[in-house]
Design a protein around this ligand. Sequence first.
Ligand code: 3NM
Length: 199
Amino acid sequence: MKGYYFITDSRLSRAGNISDVMEAASCKVDAVQYRNKNAETREMYEEALHLREICRDLTFLINDRIDIALAVGADGVHLGQTDMPCKTAREMLGEEMIIGVTVHSLFEALVAKRDGADYLGVSPIFQTATKSDAGKPAGIALIEEIRRKIDIPLIAIGGINLSNAPEVIGAGADGLCAISCVVESDDVSAQIKRFQDLF
Ligand code: 3NM
């Protein structure tokens, strides 16, 4: 995991998830995470199937829903602190599938690594309106602190834009995700490429 990591957000997207993911795939982003907190299971399953097809040559992950990840043949899941525990997910998914875990502290990072996470989402770095319960921004100091102790990939998220991304990378993040800054743009792939050029 290195570079730009794409996460869907149909509420903010101008063009919709399918179009956004086609653009992200054309940029060969590092990974695509399908995140949909509002859909019913069937709708999510069908959209995930479609996105899996678009992302046939990319790492394709599902946020939270282990069942949907398995059903559509995703490469893995991304879990938050209130989702299925990483250890349990690892037992369910085996060693081959990718598990990412969102962490907000060094302690959560150490637990996630111990429990089998392949990479960490470090968040929220800056203030964000995209996730209402994101909590207090940790700043780049959290990336630096985790980087000193942990060697698995760190993907920074939360309030990242083209102006503050260089300091996020400078702090030791292997990759980053900027949702609103990309999906609200009228040229999603051009915006993704601007982030990719920073790596
Ligand atoms: N997770 P934007 S913040 C999906 O803090 C997500 O765990 C977060 O959106 C966390 O790039 C977030 O528009 C949204 O700030 C990030």
